[in-house]
Design a protein around this ligand. Structure first.
Ligand code: NAD
Ligand code: 13P
Length: 400
């Protein structure tokens, strides 16, 4: 192997956008990456709209989404109107898509994680490395886990996280923005890429609780092409996508996951008829709850400056509460007097609102731990989703 093969697992709105941008980079750096980028697609039949420029080629019968992507170079369902580079190869077989790839990019709604990992376990290179672009957390048995760490532990690989103030459709249109990638290069990977003999590096790596990682890492083979900050920077950065590389996976992951709950709260208050000042109060209090959560459950490792300084912190909070789907569609729900779940089913054409399940998971975790008192906003969103709390009650929750 002289170059890294890249697979994007997932092909929704963000998955397809990330496949586009990394495929541009693999073309630009043939010395580092294999040109073709595999993109796993959850296969479905799609009917092309009559006014689509692809209608003549595809016809009016439903076609497999993978075949539309590979013939028209467009994801007509999840990213319509955006031309994909021809080196994005849509693949309906997840096992085939991940085969021989040393870089796995996880990019799908977090509720599908367990099922997807089950399908790829045992089919990946043992020394593959991952980046998770997923915004969410995994809650198991009174335990909250970062998605990237859950991926790493399930597959026995190291996986970092990419998150930021990133609206897929804007980035797909090559409008400029920033992102944050958290990646703790395993110490053995650095050694291997310097030509040193590979050794067992599993024991040296710390997890998000500051403990020696349980993952028994398979080291990169000796003299394998290096894989660390420099290579991930090359893969993800574009003239319109500014990448900041950090090592705080906790701050990056929690900022991206928990702001979705706050975005839903902002949609609720705006749908109720309150404007920017109320929304600002919700955002500020939401960020305090994110910080409290990080301090309470990841005290050994959280670097709070990530939340203040990086795109994955305040940046993502602002864009999510003013322009993203979780905000937009929860506002619509209140305006129409229906549930957010109903809006997700009827208005999103298959796209998902991560804030609904994240709110559910985080609230049940907090209740199970008896840790509700510091998170009135998180719990209020869960209560409103259940119809047990009213939007107009939100200010009361903060009264001293
Ligand atoms: P999406 O909401 O656009 O699409 C839903 C995806 O889920 C589709 O690809 C669909 O095929 C797939 N799917 C449906 N049922 C499935 C099943 N049973 N098993 C597996 N897959 C199934 O997805 P997205 O916007 O690409 O979101 C992926 C992640 O990226 C999320 O965690 C999201 O928070 C994050 N994110 C999204 C954006 C954005 O602007 N869209 C930006 C940053 C981060
Ligand atoms: P939505 O899923 O609410 O659109 O959020 C996208 C995002 O993560 C913005 O940074």
């Amino acid at each position: 192997h002289r170059t890294h093969k890249v697979t994007v697992i997932g092909s929704g709105n963000w998955g397809t956008t990330v496949a586009k941008l990394v495929a541009e980079s693999t073309r630009e750096h043939p010395d580092v990456f294999e040109e073709d980028v595999q993109m796993w697609v959850y296969e479905e039949n799609v009917t092309i709209a009559k006014d689509s420029p692809h209608y003549a080629a595809v016809g009016d019968q439903p076609q497999k989404l993978t075949s539309i992507i590979n013939t028209c170079h467009e994801n007509a369902k999840y990213l319509p109107g955006i031309k994909l580079p021809s080196n994005v190869v849509a693949n309906p077989s997840i096992q085939d898509a991940v085969k021989d790839s040393s870089i796995l990019i996880f990019n799908f709604p977090h509720e599908f994680i367990a099922n997807i990992l089950k399908q790829i376990k045992g089919h990946i290179l043992p020394y593959a490395r991952g980046i998770s672009c997923i915004k969410g957390v995994t809650v198991t048995d009174h335990n909250v886990e970062l998605i990237c760490e859950y991926i790493g532990e399930t597959l026995g690989i190291y996986c970092g996280a990419l998150s930021g103030a990133n609206i897929a459709s804007e980035i797909a249109n090559e409008e400029w923005c920033e992102t944050t990638i958290a990646y703790n290069t395993p110490p053995g990977d650095l050694r291997a890429s310097n030509g040193a003999a590979p050794n067992d590096n599993g024991g040296e790596h710390k997890d998000s609780h500051g403990q020696i990682s349980k993952i028994k890492l398979t080291p990169l083979p000796q003299n394998y092409p290096p894989l660390g900050h420099e290579e991930f920077y090359k893969l993800f950065s574009r003239p319109y996508f500014t990448v900041s590389m950090v090592s705080d996976v906790v701050g990056v992951s929690l900022g991206g996951a928990l702001k979705n709950i706050v975005a839903i709260a902002c949609g609720f208050v705006e749908g109720h008829g309150w404007n920017m000042t109320a929304k600002t109060a919700v955002m500020r209090r939401g960020m305090l709850e994110i910080i409290a959560f990080a301090r309470e459950f990841f005290p050994e490792t959280i670097e709070e400056k990530t939340l203040w300084e990086e795109s994955a912190g305040w940046g993502d909070m602002i864009v999510s509460c003013t322009a993203a789907r979780n905000w937009r569609y929860s506002k619509m729900a209140v305006e129409r007097g229906v549930t957010v779940q109903e809006i997700e089913r009827t208005e999103l054409n298959g796209q998902k609102l991560q804030g609904i399940s994240t709110s559910r998971e985080v609230s049940s975790f907090l209740r199970a731990r008896g840790a509700e008192q510091n998170y009135p906003l998180f719990l209020a969103v869960d209560g409103i989703l259940d119809g047990k709390v009213k939007v107009e009650d939100i200010p009361k929750l903060f009264r001293k």
